[in-house]
Design a protein around this ligand. Structure first.
Ligand code: RP5
Length: 178
């Protein structure tokens, strides 16, 4: 599958490409896109097809239920969910689907993302959300983890992931530069 990208950062544009996406990237608000675009950038780099949508657990609860309940039948394999503050999105998404859900705590203004992190990570036993770091690093790693999951059954993607990791390793200098 060709990667489905949001070339101009337009979440809705990416959403229009729904159909062949393997990873669903959802976020609670347009304001989360600045963080979550790092996940979609990495998916694009690894040539993993995705869709990006705004789905709020609080403001659009019916949209969330519809999205998560139909995720399997629409062909998604992994969902990456980013939210900030009272970040119920990943947990509520996980309640509606058996797909692996990777949660990205978006950095909030008031509490710097600690609220987001604790909201996402402290799921009760029985409804797992794989929780990543706060902010950009978490978004990047969510994409890499999604790719690792898909690579278990996709040799071409596994090779691309190995190459990306090797390039990262090769880019690290032996000594610091002045
Ligand atoms: C959460 O509230 C969103 O995930 C976002 O991180 C936060 C703030 O949303 P906005 O007020 O910017 O729309 O639901």
């Amino acid at each position: 599958n060709a990667p489905l990208t949001a070339p101009n950062g337009d979440v809705e544009a990416a959403a229009e490409d729904r159909g062949s996406a393997r990873v669903g990237v959802i976020m609670g608000s347009q304001s989360d896109w600045e963080t979550m675009r790092h996940a979609t950038d990495m998916l694009t780099t690894l040539e993993v097809s995705f869709e990006a949508r705004i789905v709020s657990a609080h403001r659009t609860p019916d949209r969330l239920a519809e999205y998560a309940r139909t995720a399997v039948e629409r062909g998604l394999s992994v969902i990456i969910a980013g939210a900030g503050g009272a970040a119920h999105l990943p947990g509520m998404c996980a309640a509606w689907t058996r797909l692996p859900v990777l949660g990205v705590p978006v950095e909030s203004k008031a509490l710097k993302g600690m609220d987001s992190l604790l909201s996402i990570v402290q799921m009760p036993g029985g409804v797992p959300v794989g929780t990543l770091a706060i902010g950009k690093a978490g978004a990047i790693n969510a994409a890499l983890l999604a790719a690792s999951i898909l690579a278990l059954t996709d040799a071409d993607l596994a090779a691309r992931l190995d190459t990306w990791r090797a390039l990262q390793t090769a880019s690290v200098r032996d000594e610091p530069e002045e």
